[in-house]
Design a protein around this ligand. Sequence first.
Ligand SMILES: Nc1ncnc2c1ncn2[C@@H]1O[C@H](COP(=O)(O)OP(=O)(O)OP(=O)(O)O)[C@@H](O)[C@H]1O
Length: 195
Amino acid sequence: MKPGLIVFLNGTSSSGKTSISTELLNQNEISFYHLSIDDFFNGLFHDYINFINTKYAEDVQGPTHIIIEPLITLFYSTIKFMSVMGTNIVVDTVNDTDERFNTFLGLLMDHPVLLVGVTCSKEELIRREKLRGDREIGLAISQYDKVYCLNEYDLELNTETLSPDECANLILNIIRSNREYSAFKKLNKRSVGVS
Ligand SMILES: Nc1ncnc2c1ncn2[C@@H]1O[C@H](COP(=O)(O)OP(=O)(O)OP(=O)(O)O)[C@@H](O)[C@H]1O
């Protein structure tokens, strides 16, 4: 079976990943499944996360990584599984620690990944956070350096100058061109330090 294409949107919170994903799903040419880390956690694991947060409410910053990190690995494994099953996927997540980045690379290196950088200025990120009101102000900036340390993309989209619809069309143009996606394969595992 031909593996499903993975469109990996790399960007901080509020950079515009979900808006682009929505446009990609709305077009009728290529079918995609949208896999977002937020939906994965809040949907499939809602009761479980609630249970942990309620039972250990006073220690949410503590050892919850013991269960969160395996769930994130399961998220990446689900992407791999869907690709193996031939499903095209738009991945909407924030890879902001070296460990997660390495897990992601290790699992998906042999899969067709179109690596898309979704960017905009720090000023615009803060403006969007204030406007939307459902994200902590400063969240995007706190992720910025880790998320944008990649220097290789198949496509870079500045969402300050491009609309979500224009971004989706540029992604579709690359897919239509049938060219090989090389950026993901050029990435190396990061040496894990303090994240
Ligand atoms: N190309 C764009 N031009 C102008 N505004 C945009 C653009 N893309 C997204 N926005 C606005 O920015 C905000 C965040 O967009 P979106 O939810 O797509 O970001 P995100 O990267 O998925 O964020 P998160 O990771 O926090 O879910 C929304 O209010 C959206 O309307």
